[in-house]
Design a protein around this ligand. Structure first.
Ligand code: ADP
Length: 636
């Protein structure tokens, strides 16, 4: 009866297939499913994030355009608010055009008599000589048209100043003040301003009170944008008058404030001058923002109530404003926005801001959020994997426990039938022998003796088997007691060989024992003998009749060994470990029709373990086997 399937139940190909089918395949499938779901989740999250970012961009743009549009309300206080008139940028408050070749307010052309008289008067003045002649010529023009009359008053003021005729100058200054305020000189300077410049030019260390009053008033009229001037003119006049007022001890209302304003206006002008050359405003747009070339300023234009209006802003200010708003908009998001100049290739996935195309918005995941979302993904992934592995392991162990349980019950039943079978053979033999003896037919003395001897041998065989079984069960339960002593392994082997010689196996046994006796080990003599006996018995059983069985011994690395080699069936590699399991019998044993219960080697293995030794096997199928017992050498 064979037990060879038992030990392999959970290791065989069927077990593996079952394990794969029940545990691994579904586990892998579930794992893949979890992975795909996780991927889907990430894609969805990314999509939602983009949606939110697009929405935030729209909000930011509308916010910023509102902010810009709210600026004209502050126009009264802001010199930088502009209008575009006939493609020129105009500062309404100052009535100043910020452009290079601004229209010089061309003086009206004079005609006929006025023109001739004006030329004559100028020629007289240029010829030098007596200023009286020139004065006379200009006086004649006072009755002419209002324009030429104002020019004459100015000329008369100049002549008086040159003569250092202060009372005359005072007279002509009054006249100028009373003349047409909108009038311009031939070269496009407002008459009043031209008079002021003359006074500035001729004033002494101290300003006369009426002169100071006149200059102050002119300056405030300049600041209120009374005349259409270009910025260069404005700056020059305002600066000259301010310096004159500053350097004298007279009244200086607004002079210092004006000086500061002059500076800031000069800056604004520099920025806008550049704009003027390339004015391409798209009037149908809500508004258009432009970064001025070579400057850090932005001109923002938008259609106002009457025509286009706009303002000049520092770019840093726009960026700062955009950043503040963006930060507020993304405060509760798991990403934050950054503002930077457009076309910065270092940034990826940047969105240029529609309202301020020179600025770009990019979004970055917040560090913490990134970490959190990664952690979440990984945690989900690992939790799923761990769950699956756990489930797989649980299934596997359940399956293995069940398989072992089944094995154990099968082993028990097979053991019973196997042992019964083993017992029956000697019992039947004894039965047959006793029957012959009982029949009284055997009378020959010699025959009778042989019958008795045979019966005894069978009884001994039975006893041996029962003893082995009892030993094994004692060893299994840890009840077996050994009485260790110092023994010579060679002696023990010789005893075993002798016992097999007595049974008629002498010819097959080839002793090759180490001549350097004794090979002392510390062992239980009966147990050690049993091991050697079992190995020799097996070697004889599992090899062809007549083939040699070599019993060798020796020392190696502080160990003493005894080995039994045969040229028998051999044992397949996959069975070499299993034959030491109790009740396991190799395929070759069955095929050879050799009887046995699979107890002997299990017993040997357990005895060797109890002695701190080992039993090892080298075998090749069809060639033979060598079993080796190794003991630690006894201390001398
Ligand atoms: P039994 O000999 O009663 O079957 P053992 O425990 O002594 O039990 O041996 C277990 C199995 O090991 C044997 O059934 C046999 O298949 C194999 N075996 C043992 N010794 C040898 C050997 N010398 N050559 C080939 N097979 C062996």
């Amino acid at each position: 009866m064979s037990m060879r399937h038992l030990g392999r139940m959970h290791r065989g190909p069927r077990g593996v297939a079952l394990l794969g089918g029940i545990v691994l395949l579904p586990a892998i499938a579930l794992g893949l499913l979890a992975f795909r779901t996780l991927q889907g989740e990430q894609v969805r999250e990314e999509y939602q994030r983009r949606e939110r970012q697009a929405q935030i961009l729209r909000l930011l743009e509308s916010d910023l355009s509102k902010w810009i549009l709210s600026r004209p309300g502050e126009a009264d206080r802001d010199p930088f608010v502009l209008e575009v008139r006939q493609n020129r940028v105009f500062l309404p408050r100052l009535n100043v055009f910020l452009s290079p070749d601004n229209l010089r307010q061309a003086a009206p052309a004079l005609a006929g008599r006025d023109s001739n008289l004006w030329r004559d008067a100028q020629a007289t003045e240029l010829r030098g000589g007596s200023s009286a002649g020139a004065t006379e010529s200009y006086r004649r023009l006072l009755s002419g048209n209002p324009v030429v009359s104002s020019w004459s008053k100015l000329a008369l003021l100049r002549l008086a100043l040159e003569r250092a005729d202060s009372s005359g100058a005072a007279v002509w200054l009054k006249e100028v003040q009373g003349s047409d305020q909108a009038a311009m000189t031939e070269s496009g300077i407002p008459i009043r301003v031209a008079a002021a410049l003359l006074l500035v030019e001729h004033h002494g260390p101290a300003l006369r009170p009426e002169t100071a009053a006149f200059l102050s008033e002119t300056l405030s009229q300049l600041a209120s944008g009374r005349w259409n001037l270009n910025a260069a003119q404005w700056t020059y006049y305002a600066r000259e008058i301010t310096f004159a007022l500053d350097s004298s001890s007279g009244p200086r209302s607004g002079a210092l404030a004006t000086a500061a304003f002059v500076e800031s206006l000069a800056d604004a002008e520099r920025e806008v001058l550049a704009l003027d050359q390339s004015l391409e405003w798209r009037q149908d747009l809500l508004f258009a923002a432009r970064l001025l070339p070579g400057t850090e300023s932005v001109v923002v234009l938008f259609p106002g109530e009457d025509g286009n209006t706009g303002c000049v802003l520092a770019r840093a200010r726009v960026a700062h404003e955009a950043e503040t708003r963006l930060a507020a908009l993304t405060a509760a998001e798991d990403f934050k926005g950054r503002i930077g100049p457009s076309g910065d290739s270092a940034r990826t996935a940047a969105n240029s801001l529609g309202v301020f195309p020179f600025l770009e918005v990019s979004f970055v995941q917040r560090e913490q959020a990134l970490w959190r979302s990664h952690l979440r993904s990984y945690a989900t992934y690992f939790a799923t994997a761990a769950l699956l592995l756990g489930a797989g392991a649980a299934l596997f162990f359940t399956y293995r426990a069940a398989a072992r349980e089944m094995e154990a019950s099968r082993m028990k039943s097979e053991f019973v039938s196997s042992v019964s079978h083993e017992f029956r053979t000697p019992l039947s033999a004894i039965d047959a022998l006793l029957e012959r003896l009982e029949s009284g037919k055997v009378r020959d003395e010699e025959m009778l003796r042989r019958y008795y001897r045979a019966s005894r041998q069978e009884v001994q065989r039975l006893t041996g088997m029962v003893n082995q079984l009892l030993d094994l069960s004692r060893l299994n339960e840890g009840r077996k007691e050994f009485s260790f002593g110092r023994i010579d392994l060679n002696r023990l082997a010789e005893d075993a060989i002798q016992s097999f010689r007595n049974l008629g196996f002498g010819e097959r046994l080839v002793p090759a024992l180490d001549p350097e006796a004794p090979l002392n080990v510390s062992a239980d003599p009966d147990a050690a003998y049993q091991c050697i006996h079992n190995l020799i018995d097996n070697a004889l059983k599992y090899s062809p009749a007549g083939s040699p069985v070599t019993i060798g011994s020796g020392r190696r690395d502080g160990e003493v060994f005894l080995q039994v080699s045969d040229r028998g069936f051999g044992i397949a590699p996959e069975e070499q470990e299993l034959i030491f399991d109790q009740f396991y019998r190799a395929k070759s044993a069955d095929a050879g029709g050799v009887q046995g219960a699979g107890i002997g080697l299990a017993l040997v293995k357990r005895i060797m373990q109890a002695h701190g030794g080992t039993v090892t096997l080298e075998s090749q199928l069809g060639e033979g086997s060598t079993f080796r017992l190794t003991f630690p050498e006894a201390k001398p």
